[in-house]
Design a protein around this ligand. Structure first.
Ligand code: SF4
Length: 319
């Protein structure tokens, strides 16, 4: 039996949003019935354009949002049975912007020890010891312990964020664009650090990124999201060598960019990303899909799994 750290089962999150002046409220399905599992030691890359729902998935896993329907299991236990302390022990995030995610008024030592103090794990002596140990693990010099975030470089700040995430030794680290706010030269250092920590500490990552080059480098498996659905999922090498879904093909055929804040590179799909409040009928990708036909406009495809790969397209056999 695989050792499953995370299970998302038919997960849906719907928001009520304003449809515009005098048009009342409409449903926005940010996450629309996705099923994903993450085995211990895996790195699952979650990719898709802005607004596809990947950040909502992160919020649901961190229990910052409640699912509208479906289930989340952490280490086999329903998330709803876990209290906030237990969730914090098992899942820790590393966010995009280390400038925004670190309290500027707290010293490095205080920031890193925060999860231990908040969850009342150990005492002052053990906090100090653990902070020293984890600073060494992530490559932060001991003297930086008394510095403040504004005295650190971008790379050092992200190492502090990683140290804070790992001090509880969580089962799952949720990385939401962890390098996209950093200079290109520093990005490689942080990615190498994350890979080394995964090897040495046996970590499992859910890695959300718009940067396909980063995902190819780091992930063991990739799930591609489009308008709240997983349209393709496969081991990284298979997906990059032989993308099957037309959307994945468009993403991989586009020009990659490491620039932060640009979202996914130009997919050359012509028509802009649809409004999630008013999604297209049938297969929601059909207005942009070069392979769409009449069936696609009327009927949503069902996901089909073969071996380790899932594709959601009517013409999966032909693709
Ligand atoms: Fe394209 Fe049709 Fe497949 Fe959707 S179902 S991806 S529109 S070919």
């Amino acid at each position: 039996m695989p050792d499953l750290v995370l299970e998302l089962i038919n997960l849906t999150k719907t928001y009520q949003v304003s449809a515009g002046a005098f048009r009342g409220k409409r449903d926005l399905r940010a996450v629309n019935g996705i099923t994903l599992t993450l085995e211990k030691g895996e790195v699952l890359g979650l990719v898709g354009e802005s607004g596809c729902g990947k950040t909502t998935v992160a919020k649901l896993v961190l229990s910052l949002e409640t699912p509208t329907s479906g289930h989340i299991r952490l280490q086999g236990r329903p998330l709803t049975d876990c209290d906030s302390k237990e969730i914090a022990r098992q899942v820790q995030p590393v966010f995009q912007d280390p400038y925004a995610s670190l309290n500027p008024r707290k010293s490095v030592g205080s920031i890193i020890s925060l999860p231990l103090r908040a969850l009342k794990v150990g005492n002052k002596a053990s906090w100090n010891k653990k902070v020293s140990e984890i600073m060494e693990v992530v490559g932060l010099a001991p003297h930086l312990r008394h510095n403040y975030p504004n005295q650190l470089s971008g790379g050092q700040r992200q190492r502090v964020a990683v140290a804070r995430a790992l001090i509880m030794r969580p089962q799952l680290v949720l990385c939401d664009e962890p390098t996209s706010a950093l200079d290109v030269s520093v990005q490689a250092q942080i990615l190498n650090l994350l890979m080394r920590l995964r090897r040495e500490l046996g970590l499992t990552y859910l890695f959300i990124s718009h940067n396909l080059a980063v995902v190819e480098h780091l992930a063991t498996r990739v799930a591609v999201m489009y308008l709240g659905r997983i349209v393709e999922e496969a081991p990284t090498r298979e997906l990059f060598l032989n993308p099957r879904h037309p959307y994945t093909q468009a993403l991989l055929g586009s020009v990659l960019t490491p620039e932060p804040g640009l979202g996914l590179p130009d997919t050359r799909l012509g028509i802009a990303y649809p409004n999630p409040i008013d999604p297209p009928s049938g297969c929601t990708f059909h207005p942009r899909c070069p392979k769409a036909d009449e069936k696609c406009k009327e009927h949503a495809p069902v996901p089909r799994r073969k071996g380790g790969r899932l594709v959601e397209c009517h013409f999966v056999e032909e693709l």
